[in-house]
Structures are given as C-alpha cells and as structure tokens.
Write a protein that binds this ligand. Structure first.
Ligand code: SF4
Length: 71
C-alpha cells in the first residue's frame, strides 16, 4: 500500500496529521512535509498495512480530497 497526496489540492491545514500522525506531519513552515521532497503529487514508499485505518481516516477528513491509497 502506498499513499499519494495531490500537493496542488492540499491546503496544508493538517487534518491528516491528527488522523494519521505516523504518516503525515507539518514542517516548521506549517506545510505538509511531503512538500520538502515532492512537487505536484507525492507518492510514498510501501507502507505497513497497520497504517491503513488511520490513512483512511485522513482521507475522510481531508477537506480537499487530496489523499488517495494505491494498493
Ligand atoms: S488534510 Fe488534506 S488538505 Fe489538509 S494538509 Fe492533509 S492532505 Fe493537505
């Protein structure tokens, strides 16, 4: 399982960080840390299945519908 985040849609408000803190974080500028390593669409490495529930919660709470799971 991988997670993708459309950084063009993301508004950096951080709801995903509260839902899935093991996957999402904000940097010192208050931006999603994925912006430090990607532009456009961020694609994660392979993630542990144990994280699926929290990622699905992040998908549900993301106001911009920027997060998706790739199986
Ligand atoms: S919840 Fe969605 S819009 Fe907000 S920071 Fe996370 S990915 Fe970006």
């Amino acid at each position: 399982m991988k997670v993708t985040v459309d950084l063009d849609k993301c508004s950096d408000h951080g709801q995903c960080v509260f839902a899935a803190p093991d996957v999402f974080a904000l940097n010192s500028r208050g931006e999603l840390t994925f912006r430090d390593v990607a532009k456009g669409t961020y694609v994660s490495g392979e993630l542990d299945e144990d994280l699926r529930d929290s990622i699905e919660e992040a998908i549900d709470v993301c106001p911009m519908q920027a997060i998706e799971i790739e199986d």
